[in-house]
Ligand binder design. Structure first.
Ligand code: NAP
Length: 322
């Protein structure tokens, strides 16, 4: 099978598409013929090797992960003897999590990993673009932000993979959503349900005079310190990006009225992720969510996908078909 091998940190030539042996399954594992996967902002950060925190997960000096990629859709090709919930030929969405390996024609996931049947109305491309963004936005808003009807929510980075789901889920929870995005993405973000848009290119967030119950900084470009005055008295600042600043903010605001929370949603228990993926699939079945795709690439052109994602301007997901 073909797989995109992660050879070294750096840019174009660090990912090499090669023929490798088809992996063998164990009794609780599922072999999936990958139809579509994505290159996420995290994949691009991992490939660059530029930051210390991500290198602690991927290898300090050289990559430990053979093949990147976590979210995927595909067809069940083979099953271990102890797998009960799926059969060969099932169309699925899965998140290979910290086992990675989705940038390939085949991937193995455990039956404990988040894997669900693909909603019928979704193409494989749309389905591949679900787990990363939705399984980040949902626990941030629901579990950490304690989102509730009527809340005023500010979503920074509303046009990205996490942001496009955050806007839609915040609307699902019946809140008033203000989205922060660039001028060319206002139309997209409004179509996802945002009530108001702030163009960060022309308006300094620090200078606006609104109050929000939740500020969800999906891209970690701001901080609680800078935007604290925009939080309501019990407001919560959510940030996705692990940095010294976000850790200090979280420690300093623990137990205070206005809180800053950093969470690493990828490290949640698999059973919680699976339950959430089922919930998200049901929202797709009910046509309450859509999956936003910016561009599509073939696996052979995955370097181009990485180059594009690394620029940080994508809308929703960049899909790779295999
Ligand atoms: N903690 C966790 O569990 C977790 C999980 C997943 C991801 N993450 C992190 O989440 C971050 C975001 O990921 P993502 O995949 O959603 O990113 P993404 O898909 O690359 O999207 C970033 C979006 O932000 C927009 N943007 C850039 N600068 C902006 C600004 N100043 N204000 C508002 N919008 C701006 C970009 O469009 P324009 O440039 O056109 O504005 C783009 O649409 C990554 O750093 C990743 O590491 C954390």
């Amino acid at each position: 099978m073909k797989a995109a091998l992660f050879k070294k940190y750096g840019s174009r030539d660090s990912i090499v598409v090669s023929e490798v042996e088809l992996p063998k399954i164990k009794e609780h594992e599922i072999l999936i013929r990958v139809k579509a996967t994505t290159v996420t902002a995290v994949d691009a950060i991992f490939r660059s090797g530029n930051d210390l925190f991500p290198r602690m997960a991927t290898g300090l000096f050289s990559p430990r992960i053979k093949t990147l990629g976590t979210e995927l859709s595909g067809v069940v090709e083979a099953l271990g003897e102890q797998v009960n919930d799926f059969k060969i030929g099932d169309e699925v969405i899965a998140d290979s999590g910290t086992n990675y390996g989705a940038h390939a024609e085949y991937v193995i996931v455990s039956d404990k990993d988040p894997i669900v049947h693909k909603p019928e109305g979704l193409s494989f491309e749309e389905a591949a673009a679900v787990p990363y963004g939705a399984l980040t936005a949902l626990p941030f808003l629901r579990d950490h932000g304690k989102i509730k009807q009527g809340d005023r929510v500010l979503i920074i980075g509303a046009s990205g993979s996490v942001g496009t789901y955050a806007v839609q889920l915040a609307k699902y929870f019946e809140t008033e959503v203000t989205a922060v995005c660039s001028s060319e993405k206002v139309e997209l973000v409004s179509s996802l349900g945002a009530d108001h848009c702030i163009n960060y290119q022309t308006t300094k967030l620090e200078d606006i005079e609104d109050q929000f119950d939740i500020i969800f900084d999906t891209i970690g470009k701001y901080s609680m310190r800078v935007l604290k005055h925009l939080l309501s008295p019990q407001g919560i600042y959510l940030t996705t990006v692990l940095s010294l600043g976000s850790v200090i903010d979280m420690l300093m605001t623990k137990g205070t009225d206005k809180k800053s929370i950093l969470a690493l949603t990828g490290l949640r228990k698999n059973e919680d992720k699976t339950a959430d993926l089922l919930f998200i699939s049901e929202l797709f079945n009910q046509k309450k969510l859509i999956s936003v795709i910016d561009r599509k690439y073939d696996l052979d052109a995955i370097h181009d996908a990485f180059e594009y994602v690394s620029k940080g301007h994508k809308s929703g997901a960049v899909v790779v078909t295999t």
